[in-house]
Write a protein that binds this ligand. Structure first.
Ligand code: APR
Length: 240
């Protein structure tokens, strides 16, 4: 048996597309009918908080729709966690909970989570599965402040970056799945992994903007190409 490799996986909206969640850039640049700057910037939140609260309340409610379920790609990545244990780092740019529902237990949500709220005073995060607006106050501090969606908006700093950079520096294999390669810092992870000597693979429906930085690219729907690639990794260290 070969030693288990250190694998870092980065997922984007494409991994959840076949579960029925829209990607960001495949719909004329609109996310669920909205321009990104109307709903996903601190400026939008200041200018029109009601719209921003409503937008994320709708997205949160959508996750409770029974039709939205993890697909074969999420399930394969949960299987990879079982096989590799702590030697898998799963990073997602997605704010949905489909990796967790598939069985992944250590997901780094670098762009935040729909099922979480954040105190605008202290930054305290907590699980939140219901709708909220600016009248909903966080009770974590002496002076209750409004809650905001726990989403990293454009211009804000992504989460878990120290853990991510450390994992990339140790990676033997880096796999980017269903992400356009347009948004940094995630789009630059392939170069960091390459500099650390990792083999880099893109699994995507169509070439991402940063495809030239990958050693290998496999194009196809995530529900097909991800289970096949995960099977390949698992059999490589189980064989012999
Ligand atoms: N299987 C695999 N890939 C797919 C599928 C599918 N079924 N459907 C679409 N894709 C691919 C597209 O080809 C595209 O490359 O998924 C990618 C989706 O790209 P984006 O919509 O740009 O999503 P993502 O890369 O996750 O966006 C990054 O931008 O708006 C911000 O914060 C938001 O996290 C998001 C970030």
């Amino acid at each position: 048996m070969y030693a288990k490799p250190n694998v870092v996986v980065l997922t984007g909206a494409g991994v959840s597309a076949e579960s029925g969640l829209k990607t960001f850039r495949d719909n004329n640049g609109l996310w669920e009918q909205h321009k990104v700057e109307e709903v996903a910037t601190p400026q939008a939140f200041s200018a029109n908080p009601a719209l921003v609260y409503r937008f994320y309340n709708d997205r949160r409610a959508q996750l409770a729709d029974g039709a939205i379920k993890p697909n074969a790609a999420h399930l394969a990545l949960a299987q990879l966690e079982k096989a590799l244990g702590e030697q898998l780092t799963l990073i997602t740019q997605n704010v949905d909970n489909l990796h967790e529902r598939a069985g992944s237990t250590r997901v780094l949500h670098m762009h935040g989570e729909l099922l979480s709220s954040r105190c605008t005073g202290s930054g305290h995060r907590q699980v939140c599965t219901v709708a909220f607006d600016r009248k909903t106050r966080c009770q974590c501090c002496a002076e209750p402040r409004p809650l905001r969606p726990d989403i990293v908006w454009f211009g804000e700093t992504p989460l878990h970056m120290d853990t991510i950079i450390m994992a990339l520096s140790r990676a033997d294999i880096f796999i980017a799945i269903g992400t356009s390669g347009d948004v940094y810092p995630a789009a630059g992870f392939v170069q960091l992994a390459s500099e650390s000597g990792a083999k880099t693979v893109e699994l995507n429906l169509a070439a991402g903007t940063n495809q030239r930085y990958f050693d290998e690219a496999i194009e196809g729907p995530a529900s097909e190409v991800v289970p096949a690639y995960v099977h390949q990794i698992i059999t490589a260290f189980n064989d012999k």
